[in-house]
Write a protein that binds this ligand. Sequence first.
Ligand code: NDP
Length: 297
Amino acid sequence: MTTIIDGERVASEIRDALGGSIETLADAGVRPGLATVLMGDDPASETYVNMKQRDCEEVGIEGVHVDVDGDAPAEELYETIDELNADPAIHGYLVQAPVPDHIDYREVLRRIDPTKDLDGFHPENVGRLVAGDARFKPCTPHGIQKLFEAYDVETEGADVTIVGRSEIVGKPMANLLMQKADGGNATVTVCHSRTRNLEEKTRDADVVIAASGVTELIDGSMLSEGAVVIDVGISRVEADNERGYELVGDVEFESAREKASAITPVPGGVGPMTRAMLLYNAVMAASEREGVAVELP
Ligand code: NDP
């Protein structure tokens, strides 16, 4: 029997547990503040920031959203960042990617106060993660670690193949999994668009994490019997429904579930975990900045 990994359920448990930490902060007179910044009007990004703001409201985090005109000069975005860095009510924030073409995203990340960098993408935070001393673990890979914990997926000694080497998913995932720490100690193979014989690398793995953004790149024939399959991919494909699109992952679900011992669906797998771990990072940032100890899930 293949286990369908229920990211909605695990995320909801994490949100509930964070509720307790938020109450502890409230008792000390602290309300965590989380800001989202969106430059431009990319529809998928708008959906993501709206969801993040809704999540804040649900758990009792003060959500603040700042829109920046997509045609504005970089300085306008930098001013917003400087204000958020200086605002004591904002414990952490993120600038939603992708940013418009005329903006240097790396420069944006460098400008964010690393103690408020809830995505964990500032170079200081990337360095700390690689060194095994993470401040904020990036939300998607951290969420995947939490799924492994919730479903007793042993990473120690496991052969894990990650398909994708992006700064936000593939690389931090590889770093977390190779660390000499709980949730790590895996033997990690990282694949990308120049990898030869991808199917050999995935077939050799106990755990496959697909984060390529290529619709249904991985099918059952590329998996070993009993593999754990984590599908990070989210692509919008045209569909004959009210929204006009549906969300599709990197994994061809039906053939993959026949081989897998456990698999995440899209939607309802990794996505909700990413959102829950953003709240986690906001609560942690508030706890550290205000010097109020809380228990984190
Ligand atoms: P990027 O486009 O930044 O990275 C994609 C990676 O996949 C690159 O390393 C690329 O290789 C590699 N790749 C592309 N094509 C192939 C191929 N044919 N074979 C092997 N590797 C390939 O994407 P992101 O990491 O930002 O996102 C990946 C997917 O995950 C997207 O669908 C995104 O929407 C989704 N996502 C989902 C989240 C969630 O919460 N569920 C959160 C974040 C992202 P190369 O480096 O050589 O170009």
